[in-house]
Every structure is written in C-alpha cells, then in structure tokens.
Design a protein around this ligand. Structure first.
Ligand code: GAL
Length: 665
C-alpha cells in the first residue's frame, strides 16, 4: 500500500471536473473545498478532448491553473489519465479502435468508454497521453497520486480483440487439442483446426460454449490489466514517488478479477453505488467495503467514489436520507477505507450526468447536501487526527471467486434462478445483520486464520482450491457449503461420480440428482426452502433437516478436527442464520444491545446487536458503532469517544447516530 503524497490524515474529496465551468466558478470551488475540509480531488478523468483538442496538439494552460489553484488552497490532486473517454477525433482517425458489440455493431463516439483495449492505435494513444501528463506534471507539488483510466469494464468483440484472445489462449493451452479438451469442442461440432478460427464469443444461433465464454471473460480481465500496466509502468518510470491506482467498479457485467488486479495497484480503490434503499443500502455498503479490504489483503484502501445525494436506480433517482451519506462514509472508514471520496464535486449543469448528485448541488452551498458534506469533513478531520489504525477484526470468511460467478452466469444451467451474487449476498447480509464482520477470501487463499468459512454456491472450483478447503476442515475449521458448490472443474466441466465431487469426502455426502423446485417447500424443522433441492445420500454425515419426502436437506459431518455443513437448498435468511448459529459461526458477541441479553424463547442466544446497528472493531482497540435504524440503541461498551474526547460508559446511539471509540479492553 502506498499513500497519496502530501495528504495528511484521511482523504476527503471527489471527482473534480472544472473543465465544465468558467474559471470564476473555480475560485468559489476552492473556497468551498476549504470550508468542507476537502484535501484531495480527482482531476482530469474525462478531459482528453480538452487536453489534446487535436491529435498531437496539447492545451495544458487550464489544467496548469487548476492544479496551481488547488495547491494554493491546500488541496492535492489525484491526477487521472483520461483514457476512459478518447476524443471524437480519435475515433474518426482510428475507427478500428472503437469497440464492437457481440452482435458485430461497431460503436461510435458520443458517450464514453468507446475503445478497444486490444487495438494498437488506442494502446499507443493511451501510453502517449499518460507519458505526456507525467512529463508535464512530474514536479507539480499538487500531484499526490495517479488515477489511471476510470472503472475498467469495457469488453470488445472486434478483430483486434480476436487476435489478442487467440494469443492469450495459445499461452494458456499450448495446443488446440488441449483447448478442445477444456472447452469440450467435440460436442456440437466445435473442433478448431487452426487458431485463426477462434473468435470472441460473438452473437450465435443458440447456447454458446460456456467455457469459451468463461475464458473470454478471463481474457478481457487480463487484457484490460495489460492496458492498465502499460500506463502504470510509464507513470512509474517518470514519477517513481507517486502512487498509482485505478477505481474498481463492481457488478455482474464487469469482466475484472479484482483479486488479480489488487496486486497491481499501489492502493486499492473502489466506487460504490448501492442501489437499494434504507437498511439494504447500509448492508450493501458494508459488503463493498469488506470486498475492498479483502482485495487489499487487509491493508488500508480508499473509497474513490460514492454519491453525495441521489442515486439512479431502476429508472428512478432515489434521494439519500438525511445523515445517510455520513453513515455510509463511516461504515467505509470502519471497514478499512482511509478516506471518503465522491462523484462529483459540483453537480453538472449539462451533459450526460447532469442529474447525478454533487457535493455542491445545483441548489448551491446553501443546501442540506453541502451542509452534510461540510459536517462530514469535520468528522473525518477529527478522526484523521486520532490516527485511524489497526486491522479490522474478522474471524469468519466468505469465499468469493470470479470464475465461479462468471461460470454461474452461463446460460443452459439447470435453473435460471441459480444466482451466485444472491448466495454470497445472503451470507454477508445474515452475518451483517447479526453484528458479525466477515472477510472475503479467494478459494485458494490461506484460510488458517479463520475459525469458519462460508462457501455460497461455489459452482466451479479447481483441484487446488478444493484441497485447500479440505485441509482447512481437516485442521479444525468449520465450513458451511451451500447448494450447487464444487460441481464443476476450472474449465466449467462437471466433476463426475456424484456431486459435489470436489467436496464429497469432507462433507460426507453424495448428491445423486439436482431437483430444481417449482414451488417452495417446508423442511422437517419448519424452514422454508425455495428454488433448488438435491437428492442427497448420507455417506458419513448426519441429517440436520429433511425434505418433505424424508431425504436429507441440511447435513453436518465431522472431518478430521473440523466440521462441514451442507445446505442443499436455498433457505430464507432466517433459516440460513439458524444454520450459522448451529454451526457456531454466529456466536455470542461481546457487544450487547441493552435489553437483549436474555436468550430468546427458542433458547438460542438473542441477537446480540440489534439488526442495523453496525459494530466494527479494530485490533488496535478502535470501535465504530453506527445506528442505521430509526430507533435509539444503547450499546454497553466503555471507552473514550474519539470524536468528543469524552469518557463513555455505554454508547447511546440516537436514530441514525454513530460513535467512534477507543474501547477499554
Ligand atoms: C461512476 C463513474 C463516474 C460517474 C458515476 C456516477 O461509475 O466512475 O464517472 O459516472 O459513476 O454515475
């Protein structure tokens, strides 16, 4: 991890696009930035057409003045390379460098992200503009960090992409026979007799080959990473003291393996736009932050973008409630972010995102949004002064794997309702609502520091990862594996001999058939099951709960020094939480909400933390308590309030309130 040069404490700011505004607005901008406590802004993300109005002719005057102005006002620059939006002249000069859809439609300039990372003219222009920027600003005192590109995620299906894809495949498989075996090309007459016959998975008649599609996603991730690396290496050579990052975006459409990418950046940075309202948005925030921290290997990371106000969801703008921005920001900080950044500083008056919120909204600084931004700036300043330190405490991991996600997006699976993200989100949500902080881990990671590992619908798994999980159980760990896991190998081919072949021995079961459910069923212990069921045979495990026909639905097995649970259907959140409680994954926590110490009627420990009261501990003794609910909660913990300096014997959290403590231990 490398930190932006010259930024003390926590980073605070956002994307700053002053090229949209006349220069007299810039003066008000920096005055307001000072008022809000902003110390870092991302500049130039979409400024290529302004910096280079014609090929080879540069106009840096405005950017010089912006950087000087920022520096004079104590604001550092996270200077972006503008490659996410090549100018109109570029596309006209190099039409072959604009991306092509799977349907063969060549896109035209007019939006953003219109390029093919495999096209030599785009590669060269990207490297050149990065070098030009670095040469010009290498000694500028405002330059704190490089922000390469923006939200990598654009795939292309053109001939340049085809050429690069073939080279990637040759490197991976060596021979067409090996590729044919991995892709099972003998089915449906797909055998290739020359590499040139292979294309990206373009529009085709019916179901595409799933391994072809999976490998293309892996290739796109690597190909975009190569584009990042080319810029990074130029910047590193010219400015070795300046850290380099790019903002990770998350979503089912994003062909980026963040585990791999996180190793290539100096600082992991994410954008986070929860689309759900209320408590679900708070959980989404924690989910994104837990992923970022895990990608960063537990090191500090940075929230690079979030919305300061409205969020665009499903065709409608949803406003953030008063205080919600601060609570989400605190949750990111609690979970390891060393700052809070937004898109964007000042809301645009025109252009494609004119209705997207700004830290300075259209209404101007006399507005709720700006007042909240300034208040948050004060909180972060005080927190930064105390030195937010220590590793986030988490002793349970949820496995997170892109190959498994992408493979489970394939068409032609036994049920269209199988949803990897849904399964992972449920595991995270159930833990979050009960006050348990989890890490994410890749299936091949060393899992030994966790007491339990949750494995939601890990459809595809390599032999090495399966052995890793087996070893974890053998040495005393607890795993909770859920349905349709361990079924396929790394080429998305079925593992034979009874499911889930990769995990059968330590689960002590054999699944003979998958039986998707058309309707919900009730299990023997009253739990509700939907979408999916399996014909499970016990081979050492015991049944914990059964389907209406008496066959096992949930099983438990002792293996080596550990235990392995299997959930062969999709349970509701309550049902899944019971599995986690029975498996001792959810245990009594040290933090109790007043009045909830008594066991519930069922004899199980009552939820120690009220759902929606977020508690995150650092191993340094720092504790964050955030009340996302509309009720007051008392958290019986003692310590020093880091925001006020007061000694607290119990934390009284008003609706929507938060506190940061150094806890007595
Ligand atoms: C992000 C992107 C920003 C802006 C923002 C709001 O994904 O990086 O440039 O578009 O969304 O929509």
């Amino acid at each position: 991890m490398r930190w932006p040069r010259g930024v003390e404490g926590l980073c605070y700011g956002g994307d700053y696009n002053p090229e949209q505004w006349p220069e007299d607005v810039w003066k008000e901008d920096v005055a307001l930035m000072r008022r809000a406590g902003v110390n870092l802004v991302t500049v130039g993300v979409f400024s290529w057409s302004r910096i280079e109005p014609e090929e080879g002719r540069h106009d840096f005057g405005w950017l010089d003045r912006v950087l000087d102005l920022l520096e004079a006002n104590g604001v550092k620059a996270n200077l972006a390379t503008p490659t996410a939006s090549p100018p109109p002249w570029f596309g006209l000069a190099h039409p072959d460098a604009l991306n092509m859809t799977a349907e063969g439609v060549r896109l035209t300039h007019g939006s953003r992200d219109t390029y093919c990372v495999s096209a030599p003219p785009y590669q060269e222009a990207s490297r050149r503009i990065a070098a030009t920027l670095a040469e010009r600003y290498r000694d500028h005192p405002a330059l704190a960090m490089w922000h390469v590109h923006n939200e990598y995620g654009t795939a292309c299906h053109c001939d340049h992409a085809a050429h690069a894809f073939r080279a990637w495949l040759r490197e991976k498989y060596g021979t067409l026979d090996a590729l044919g075996d991995a892709w099972t090309t003998s089915f449906w007459s797909q055998r290739y007799s020359a590499w040139e016959q292979i294309t990206p998975p373009r529009a085709t008649q019916y179901l595409p080959n799933p391994t072809h599609v999976l490998d293309f996603r892996r290739f796109v991730s690597d190909e975009m990473l190569a584009h990042f690396r080319r810029q990074r290496d130029v910047l590193r050579e010219l400015t070795p003291d300046v850290p380099i990052t790019t903002n990770f975006v998350f979503g089912g459409w994003v062909p980026v393996d963040h585990w791999k990418w996180a190793r290539e950046v100096d600082l992991v940075a994410i954008d986070d736009y929860p689309a759900e309202p209320g408590l679900a948005a708070a959980e989404h925030t924690a989910f994104a932050a837990d992923l970022a921290r895990s990608w960063a290997g537990g090191a500090p990371w940075l929230l690079m973008e979030q919305a300061p106000g409205v969020i665009y969801t499903n065709g409608r703008m949803t406003a953030k409630e008063p205080g919600e921005t601060a609570r989400h920001s605190l949750s990111h900080i609690a979970r390891g972010s060393r700052g809070v950044m937004f898109f964007q500083w000042r809301a645009s008056r025109g252009g494609a995102e004119l209705w997207h919120a700004g830290m300075v909204p259209h209404a101007g600084p006399d507005s709720r949004i700006f007042r909240e931004i300034a208040e948050l700036g004060e909180v972060l300043d005080r927190l930064g002064g105390t030195g937010v330190s220590g590793a986030v405490e988490a002793d349970v991991a949820v496995l997170w794997d892109y190959d498994a996600w992408w493979a489970l997006q394939s068409r032609g699976l036994p049920s269209a309702e199988l949803d990897y993200l849904d399964a992972v989100r449920q595991a995270h949500r159930v833990a979050w609502l009960r006050g348990l902080t989890v890490d994410f881990a890749h299936p091949s990671h060393d899992l030994s520091r966790y007491r339990a590992v949750l494995v939601p619908s890990l459809y595809l798994v390599s032999d090495a990862a399966a052995a890793n999980l087996r070893g974890f159980v053998e040495r005393g760990g607890t795993v909770v594996v859920s349905f349709f896991s361990g079924v396929a190998d790394e080429h998305a081919r079925v593992r034979l001999g009874g499911h889930p072949a990769a995990f059968r021995d330590f689960l002590g079961i054999r699944v003979e058939e998958f039986l998707p459910l058309a309707e919900a069923v009730r299990l023997s212990d009253g739990r509700h099951a939907t979408i999916w069921s399996e014909h499970v045979h016990l081979e050492g495990a015991e049944a914990v709960s059964a389907y209406p026909d008496g066959r096992p639905a949930i099983t438990r097995n002792s293996f080596g020094a550990g235990s392995a649970w299997y959930v062969s259907t999709r349970l509701g959140d309550e049902g899944y939480a019971r599995v986690l409680a029975d498996a001792q994954v959810l245990t009594e926590r040290r933090v109790l909400t007043a009045g909830s110490r008594r066991p519930s009627a069922s004899g199980r420990p009552a939820p120690a933390v009220a759902p929606g009261v977020e508690i995150v501990r650092r191993d340094s003794g720092m504790l964050f308590a955030i009340n996302h609910t509309s009720e007051r909660h008392l958290v019986p913990i003692q310590g020093v309030d880091l925001l006020t300096g007061a000694r607290l014997d119990g934390v009284d959290l008003p609706p929507g309130g938060f506190a940061v403590l150094r806890e007595d231990r």
